[in-house]
Design a binder for this molecule. Structure first.
Ligand SMILES: C[S@@+](CC[C@H](N)C(=O)[O-])C[C@H]1O[C@@H](n2cnc3c(N)ncnc32)[C@H](O)[C@@H]1O
Length: 495
């Protein structure tokens, strides 16, 4: 039975409960191609095996090049009774192909709960039966949130795994079952790389698995187009051990069949930053980064040559505490914080915000204020969840009327010698700074989420004419990322 037929026959709801999304054959084959040197006898684990697509891909790769492997002993876990027949059929096919290639293939299918069974084995390992050990694990684990009181959570907790999703639970257990030097290739959502709830999982993963390769899909959903799973997926190849390699391969593709894989070697220190307590796994997209570098190096203007300056907001709120007001009142002027950013524009006042909306306009505060005008603002600190590192918005004096303004210290503002900017230029800069090209370029050199005025000064920019042309064509500030990118690209290539 084909993957497509199986996914049609199983109801969507059931698929959701079991976290069942079958790996398309080209992706499975790519995953199988990532393993390094193998022992003569390969003890293989396929947890959440579905119809066996991953084991099948591993077997057919190995049979093509054999590499001295004499035997494969496959262990498969699959809970869904409706897919068991397809799974044993696939295993029999594997046996046949292996026999033709002179490789002994044996398999054991466990129609049981992998989490429950392995947690119990690992927990009791000191007293009773030893858990099995594996040289190779190939896995597309089920994805589903597991509640704090669920049986899965309790099982995992018994072996020291604290995690809120099935997929990280699977990977954490597999890691424990690998023999030293054992390898895992997995495809999972990308959320564990920087999700705030995955910190302890990341720590466990990075302390016990050496990452050799990370592969990302350029467009969302590409890997599972048939199931329209809009998860961002990642494929990793890691080896059980405690010494991360100095560098690893980052690659990307669209997930479509026959598509070209772009790869790049990146120092491990750029992927996981040494002093990052959160242990985020940063994954630059190989092709996007190379293209962004090329584009940015083709630009020759600087902020100075454009007659534009960038400064950090001058109102340091705790120093001017007495002058701050929650709501605008007589004698005050608008005070802007990043919380006033609203899409591409400023939304002010925000009475529900936890920041003051106004500042007194008097002799004491005036040195820290600016005259009204069109300004481009960027956040100095973006949250980890934010899609882009650079988040820019336009301050429009027509939307917020006032002769003076205060920009708070958590934002940077672009100005012309302390005054507002030409509107078209400001909007052009807005589009440019919000574009994916700049974001990707920026991520190349900045590992953290902070954007300093100096960073913005060191960027190269399109010339004034190009920026103004972008600004003229941009009729709304509320464009989608694709629309912004399209507009910027069009003008960068035209000039
Ligand atoms: C994302 S699918 C992947 C299937 C297959 N490995 C593939 O790549 O095509 C995950 C599989 O895990 C199975 N599964 C879910 N929870 C499980 C559990 N606790 N123990 C064993 N299998 C489970 C589901 O039925 C599903 O077939």
């Amino acid at each position: 039975m084909s993957n497509a037929a199986i996914s049609e026959s199983a109801s969507r709801r059931r698929q959701g409960e079991l976290g069942q999304f079958l790996t398309p054959a080209p992706v499975a084959d790519f995953m199988a191609s990532l393993f390094g040197l193998l022992p003569n006898v390969v003890r293989l684990l396929d947890a959440g095996a579905g119809a066996g697509a991953l084991t099948a891909a591993f077997v057919s790769r190995l049979c093509e090049k054999s590499d001295g492997v004499r035997a494969i002993e496959a262990t498969l876990y699959e809970l869904d009774p409706f897919i068991q027949a397809a799974l044993s059929e696939t295993m029999q096919d594997c046996q046949r192909i292996c026999a033709e290639a002179g490789i002994r293939f044996s398999f054991a299918i466990h129609a049981t709960d992998f989490i429950q069974e392995m947690s119990a084995l690992l927990e009791n390992s000191l007293f009773a039966t030893k858990p099995p050990a594996f040289d190779v694990a190939i896995v597309n684990p089920p994805y589903r949130k597991i509640g704090a009181d669920s049986a899965e959570r309790r099982n995992l907790r018994q072996v020291g795994v604290e995690t809120s999703n099935l997929y990280t639970g699977f990977v954490a257990l597999i890691q424990r079952l690998l023999a030293p030097g054992g390898q895992i290739v997995g495809i999972t959502p990308r959320s564990f790389c920087n999700g705030p709830y995955f910190r302890s999982f990341r720590e466990d993963f990075l302390n016990n698995l050496e990452i050799h390769r990370l592969h990302v899909f350029e467009s969302r959903g590409a890997a599972f187009r048939e199931d329209s799973v809009l998860q961002e997926n990642i494929i990793f190849h890691a080896v059980k051990g405690r010494k991360q390699p100095r560098q690893l391969v980052i690659s990307s593709s669209s997930g479509e069949h026959g598509d070209i894989v772009a790869e790049k070697a990146i120092p491990f220190a750029e992927i996981v930053h040494k002093h990052d307590a959160e242990k985020f796994i940063h994954i630059p997209s190989a092709s996007g980064h190379a293209a962004a570098k090329k584009t940015m190096h083709g630009l020759h203007s600087t902020l100075t040559s454009l007659g534009v300056s960038v400064s950090t907001g001058r109102v340091v709120d705790f120093r001017l505490k007495d002058a701050l007001r929650w709501k605008p009142e007589k004698g005050t002027v608008p005070l802007l914080y990043p919380c006033h950013f609203n899409g591409g524009t400023v939304h002010w006042p925000m009475p529900e915000a936890r920041k003051p909306n106004a500042i007194l306009n008097n002799d004491e505060t005036r040195p820290w204020l600016v005259r009204a005008g069109v300004y481009l603002l960027t956040k100095r600190f973006t949250s980890k969840e934010e899609r882009r590192r650079l988040v820019a918005c336009i301050f429009d004096p027509e939307a917020v009327e006032s002769e003076w303004l205060g920009f708070e210290n958590h934002l940077n503002y672009f100005h012309s010698d302390g005054h507002g900017l030409d509107r078209r230029l400001a909007v052009g800069l807005f589009a440019f700074l919000n574009s994916t090209v700049v974001d990707q370029y920026f991520r190349r050199f900045s590992g953290h989420t902070q954007v300093n005025a100096t960073d913005l000064r060191t960027l190269t920019y399109p010339d004034r004419k190009t920026l103004q042309a972008i600004g003229t064509e941009m009729k709304s500030l509320d464009l989608s990322q694709d629309e912004i990118d399209g507009l910027v690209e069009k003008h960068l290539h035209a000039h």
